[in-house]
Design a protein around this ligand. Structure first.
Ligand SMILES: Nc1ncnc2c1ncn2[C@@H]1O[C@H](COP(=O)(O)OP(=O)(O)OP(=O)(O)O)[C@@H](O)[C@H]1O
Ligand SMILES: [Mg+2]
Length: 451
């Protein structure tokens, strides 16, 4: 690869990122579907004083021990914790997550006890390249033509972290386009399990029937780790509304609102280098106020206030955070770049929101540190690859800030040469409290590119 290297003067205080405290809020559980243990773990249920408890009605599946409860509890976000608890309660009561039939991975609509959809759960082991992916086409792709279908720039099978990472970036910058997403553990008989897990669950069920005083440590099926995203209501695939907007353009003030939302989507996708932003992977909600509007004078600002809502939700963020820029035969373009909205320069509103944050290298480092805490919980976490992911992200941030300062449009942004901002190994400074960074341009374009 042909590169051009420049030493950047990006020295700044270095927060301690190398050694994470052991107690970082991420609870490591021994109970996982990746373990194979043929003999169920049992222990004696000591409470003989409560013979009236009707064990028949107690869920065998749930088995939410203290570990699961603490794993799914987010002290800084009681509302989200409450939502996950609602999902767990529903599952305990037999209202199971339902597989989303479109899509290439095992994704599930999660419901509350009233049967209302409240979230979308994507288990790690049912991702497109996860070992329990229920959609066999992906398996065929992997087997027959790995170079064409995989994404060689992404760490495989960490889509759930990418989903949660996108949400982290979104809330850190205040974009508010990604429905909140965190890593949780859920168990449900509607998930795809190995036969051995189902056999073990049946065995436990049979033993419990025979010996009601026996209590299993890990009752039923093993919990699955995955991303849990809030379900947003009233939204449709972007494709649907984009077509409608072409035929019946909404009033100008609504289009302005839409443009601001659109720019936030661009900012998100560019920073995380999303490789899967088709127009089916973002949603639009558009609601006109009730009542006849045909005769409304839309030049009158009083007609603008309230009522009209247009919002974007950036879903399906599982194929982002590459550890290198795409340089093979596919470029994974951002499909929004073909829309007319991408030709307008970024607005002052977006610049004011984003520039002060992204031009502050301490802020960018904080973002990297928070992503580190999130990503390192994966069993396959690799510090070197994570550093490379952050080099790509810092490069994207650098381009984006430059584009915003220069008054560029999203189309011009995506045409900028790819850059990596790498942490220098043994930089010129001797102080352990400073890092220096090096910027490297990638000049080799993808073999198959739209530009
Ligand atoms: N947070 C959400 N709120 C509302 N609807 C959602 C949400 N997430 C997903 N959906 C709906 O579920 C559909 C499938 O979701 P998603 O694209 O994330 O799944 P997927 O299995 O990753 O699919 P694929 O891999 O084919 O893109 C979406 O097209 C959308 O209609
Ligand atoms: Mg999708």
């Amino acid at each position: 690869m042909s590169t051009e290297e420049t030493l950047l003067n990006l020295d700044f205080d270095k927060p301690n990122t190398t050694t994470a405290p052991p107690d970082d809020g991420v609870v490591s559980l021994s109970s996982s579907s990746e373990e194979i243990c043929l003999v169920p773990e049992v222990e004696f249920e000591g409470n003989l004083d409560s013979p009236g408890v009707n064990r028949e009605s107690q869920p065998l599946l749930g088995g939410r021990g203290d570990f699961e409860v603490s794993f799914n509890y987010f002290p800084d976000d009681p509302q989200f914790s409450e939502l996950v608890l609602q999902a767990e309660t529903a599952i305990d009561n037999g209202i199971f997550p339902e597989r989303i039939y479109q899509g290439s991975s095992g994704s599930y609509f999660v419901k509350n006890a009233g049967g209302k959809i409240i979230g979308v759960f994507k288990p790690k082991d049912e991702e497109p390249y996860g070992r329990l992916n229920p959609k066999w086409m992906k398996w065929m792709h992997k087997l027959c033509c790995p170079c064409c279908f995989g994404r060689s720039c992404l760490i495989p099978n960490q889509g759930y972290l990418s989903e949660a990472g996108a949400s982290l970036v979104d809330s850190k910058i205040g974009l508010k386009v990604v429905p909140k997403t965190k890593v949780v553990k859920l168990v449900s008989e509607t998930f795809n399990y190995l036969r051995i897990d189902r056999e073990r669950s049946r065995l436990k069920r049979a033993i419990t029937e025979q010996f009601p005083n026996l209590r299993f440590n890990r009752m039923g099926l093993p919990p699955k780790k995955g991303s849990f995203q809030l379900f947003v209501e009233g939204y449709k695939d972007a494709d649907y509304w984009l077509r409608r907007f072409e035929q019946e353009p909404p009033p100008p003030h609504v289009m302005k609102k839409f443009q601001l939302q659109f720019e936030r989507l661009v900012v998100l996708d560019y920073i995380i280098r999303n490789t899967d932003r088709g127009n089916d992977n973002w949603l639009i909600k558009y609601e006109a106020p009730p009542g006849p509007r045909a005769d409304a004078d839309l030049r009158d600002p009083s007609e603008w206030s309230g009522g009209w809502e247009v919002r974007i939700a950036a879903i399906d963020n599982g194929l982002a955070f590459p550890f290198k820029h795409p340089d093979s035969w596919r470029a994974y373009p951002y499909h929004w770049a073909w829309l007319p909205h991408a030709k307008l320069p970024f607005s002052d509103e977006t610049k004011q929101l984003v520039l002060p944050l992204l031009s502050d290298m301490n802020f960018v480092q904080e973002l990297c540190d928070e992503l580190h805490l999130l990503f390192k919980q994966d069993k396959g976490f690799d510090k070197g690859l994570f550093e490379r992911q952050m080099s790509v992200m810092r490069g994207q941030v650098l381009n984006l800030t430059q584009a915003l300062k220069d008054g560029k449009s999203p189309v011009q942004l995506v045409q900028m040469p790819c850059v990596l901002v790498e942490r220098s190994k043994g930089g010129s400074t001797s102080s352990r409290f400073f890092d220096s960074f090096q910027q490297r341009f990638q000049q080799k374009s993808p073999f198959f590119s739209w530009w």
